[in-house]
Design a protein around this ligand. Structure first.
Ligand code: SF4
Ligand code: SF4
Length: 355
C-alpha cells in the first residue's frame, strides 16, 4: 500500500510544537521516541553569525529579509490573478519547460500526480503566509506538476558550512519561488488552477516528485542527485490542472554508486547520515538522524550543507563515466578515486573567496 508522507513528521514542523500544548502532547504520545531529541533543539532559531562583521553576513541577512517579503507578495499576486474564463492551452506541450528554462531552471520534468506526491496533512509551516494549517488534510485539485531544478552556486556551496554556502542556497530558493510563481500565474491566466511550492508552502515532498519527473535519484543523504548537477541544486514545483505529458524517472545506478562512495556520510560533521536504504512507495530512501543534523545547524549557525558539496556529482562526473558505470559498476571505485584526487575528500572554499 502506498504511504503518504505527513508534513507534521518533518523536524521543522515537530520543533514548532510548544511544550505543554495539546498538539505537543498528542504528537509525542504517538511518537514518544522523538520527544527528547526534539526537545533538545526546540525553540532555537537559526541565527547566521560570523566572527567578523563580514560582507557575506550582511548580504545574507538582506537576502533573508527580501525573501520573506518576496514570498508573501508572490502568493498574493497568484491569489489575485483571476482564473482565465476560457481554457487556452499552450501551443506546444513542451512550452512551459521552455519559458522556465529561460528563467533559470536547469532541468525540468512533468509528473502525473498520485497520492504519494501530496502530504497527508500540513505541518503548520506556512505561517509566513498567514496560514494556520497544522493538521489540516492536504486535499488539492491539481492533477499534474512540473518539477524543476535551480543550481546552487558551486563556489559558494563549497564554502559550506560557512555563510557563503547558506547564501548560495538561499539565492537558489528565491529563484525557485520566482520561476514557480510566474508559471503558476501563467497557468491561471490560461484557465487552469495552479500553485507553486516554496519554502513558505509545500503541498508535498519534492524529492519523490523530482525523482518521478526524471530529475535524478535519491542519494544516501536523502537529497535528489542529478547526474550532471548532483546535489548542488534546489527543487521547485508547480502544481496544476493543466494536462502535461509525464516524463519518466532517470535512473543512473546511483544506489550502486552510493554504496561505494559514502563521501556524504564520511564528511557529515554530526554523523547523521546512515547507509541503510529502505523502500518507500517503490523509491529508495535512506535512514537519517534529522535531530543530530538539526542540532548541527544550530552549532554552525548555517544550514550546514556539507553533504551537498561532498557528492562527486555536485562537483561534476564525466557523462561518459556515468554511461560506462551503468554497464560496469566496478568502474565506480575509479570514478570516486578520480574525484578525491581532484577535490580531496571534501571540496574546500577557494582561497580568493575567503572572507
Ligand atoms: S546538513 Fe550537515 S549535519 Fe545534516 S546531514 Fe548534511 S552534512 Fe550532516
Ligand atoms: S556523496 Fe556519494 S554516497 Fe552521498 S549521495 Fe553522493 S554519491 Fe551517494
Amino acid at each position: 500500500m502506498k504511504r503518504r508522507h505527513d508534513e507534521r513528521d518533518l523536524i521543522f514542523s515537530r520543533v514548532r510544537l510548544e511544550k505543554g500544548t495539546k498538539a505537543y502532547e498528542d504528537y509525542y504520545r504517538e511518537k514518544p521516541h522523538l520527544r527528547e531529541g526534539d526537545d533538545a533543539v526546540r525553540g532555537k532559531t537559526l541565527r547566521p553569525r560570523s566572527k567578523k562583521d563580514s560582507a557575506v553576513l550582511r548580504r545574507l541577512l538582506a537576502l533573508l529579509e527580501r525573501k520573506s517579503n518576496t514570498l508573501a507578495s508572490l502568493y498574493d499576486h497568484l491569489e489575485a490573478t483571476p482564473l482565465g474564463p476560457t481554457r487556452r492551452p499552450f501551443e506546444s506541450l513542451v512550452e512551459p519547460k521552455t519559458s522556465m528554462r529561460r528563467a533559470g531552471a536547469v532541468a525540468l520534468g512533468y509528473v502525473e500526480l498520485n497520492e504519494t506526491h501530496y502530504y497527508s496533512h500540513h505541518g503548520g509551516l506556512s505561517t509566513a503566509l498567514g496560514l494556520e494549517n497544522r493538521g489540516q488534510p492536504v486535499s488539492l485539485p491539481y492533477t499534474y506538476a512540473i518539477a524543476f531544478l535551480v543550481r546552487i552556486d558551486r563556489d559558494g556551496l563549497n564554502c559550506s558550512p560557512r555563510l557563503e554556502g547558506m547564501l548560495a542556497t538561499e539565492e537558489a530558493y528565491l529563484t525557485i519561488a520566482s520561476i514557480g510563481a510566474a508559471m503558476a500565474i501563467e497557468f491561471k491566466k490560461r484557465g487552469y488552477e495552479s500553485v507553486f511550492a516554496s519554502e513558505a508552502y509545500y503541498p508535498g515532498p519534492l524529492v519523490p516528485l523530482g525523482m518521478d519527473a526524471g530529475l535524478g535519484e535519491i542519494g544516501m543523504a536523502n537529497h535528489l542527485v542529478h547526474p550532471v548537477y548532483g546535489n548542488a541544486v534546489r527543487i521547485g514545483a508547480v502544481y496544476t490542472t493543466y494536462p502535461l505529458k509525464p516524463d519518466t524517472p532517470r535512473l543512473f545506478s546511483l544506489a550502486a554508486f552510493c554504496k561505494r562512495c559514502a563521501l556524504c556520510l564520511m564528511n557529515c560533521p554530526s554523523k547523521s547520515i546512515k547507509p541503510h536504504p529502505r523502500i518507500v512507495n517503490g523509491r529508495t530512501h535512506y535512514k537519517m538522524d534529522d535531530q543530530t543534523c538539526h542540532a548541527m545547524w544550530f552549532r554552525s549557525g548555517t544550514d550546514c550543507a556539507v553533504c551537498l558539496k561532498s557528492c562527486p556529482f555536485s562537483q561534476g562526473v564525466d557523462e561518459a563515466d556515468i554511461e560506462k558505470m551503468q554497464k560496469d559498476p566496478e568502474l565506480i571505485d575509479a570514478i570516486v578515486e578520480k574525484h578525491i584526487k581532484k577535490h580531496g575528500r571534501q571540496p574546500r572554499c577557494r582561497p580568493q573567496e575567503e572572507t
